[in-house]
Design a protein around this ligand. Sequence first.
Ligand code: AHG
Ligand code: MN
Ligand code: MN
Length: 303
Amino acid sequence: MVEADPGHGSAPDPTVEEIFDAVAATAPRIRDALPGRRVESGTENPSGETVMAGDVYADELLAEALGDVDGVGSFVSEERAEALDVGGTVGDDAYAVAIDPLDGSSNLRSNNAMGTVVGVYDAPLPAPGRDLVAAGYVLYGPITTMVVADESGVREEVVERDDDAANGVSRSVVIDDLALPDEPTVYGFGGRVPDWPDAFREYAREIEGELKLRYGGAMVGDVNQVVTYGGVFAYPALVDAPDGKLRLQFEANPIAYVIERTGGSSSDGSDSILDVDPEGLHDRVPLYVGNDGPIERLEAALD
Ligand code: AHG
Ligand code: MN
Ligand code: MN
């Protein structure tokens, strides 16, 4: 677990604030672009997955917005094979930003929640999650919210258009010390039951008898259920895909960082996600996050 600040420790890093200002400023534009971009782009991403027109639009908008932030040296995206060098020296005078531009884009057709995931690393990528200095996500739900976690703590913000603001949006902190509820109440497990290894299936059966199912097909929406109500989210190792589905650099690490900073735990099945040493930008990893109890039971079940 990343030691949560006893209170409101160091002030937010100005570059981190600029990064999340840039991400917030793209949110209304991404939302507005979605109605016309619910179709496949005809291309595949480096993970071999179908890219939607919405993925392409969000990726290009975020690359431009984040490339313009002085303290960002490198932009890495789910939709790009290689890192985009945007100036500066990562780890010295610049951060590397890893982005899942549109998480859950299969929800475009079904008009369900989607998100944008952000990881801010103080090291060239690929890097372990311990090199994160901040992480967060935008949730395109009935309301556009943004969760931001950094050394100073975790907060939930509402992002709205604001024509009087320099970058066209306002960020209003609605929860300034976001913490996982003590008692777990919801769960969401990805993949198909026949594809789960026996040990996970038995664990899932126990959890299903205790908690309420909340699975919407977009990691950001499902994780936000856990952050709000307490519980556990997993996209587990599968029999034919032992590394699961989610990508370490721009999905698992940022989410693990956020959950650990809200007082919960993350795991790849045996240890914190943040300790996983990556080989490539698009490495996949099994992801289990939530309250300490369910995660400890998960690790015991898979041991
Ligand atoms: P992305 O749209 O960025 O590729 O992410 C989709 C991921 C994640 O959001 C979600 O948890 C998972 O895929 C859902 O997978 P299934 O469709 O197999 O449930
Ligand atoms: Mn995703
Ligand atoms: Mn995506």
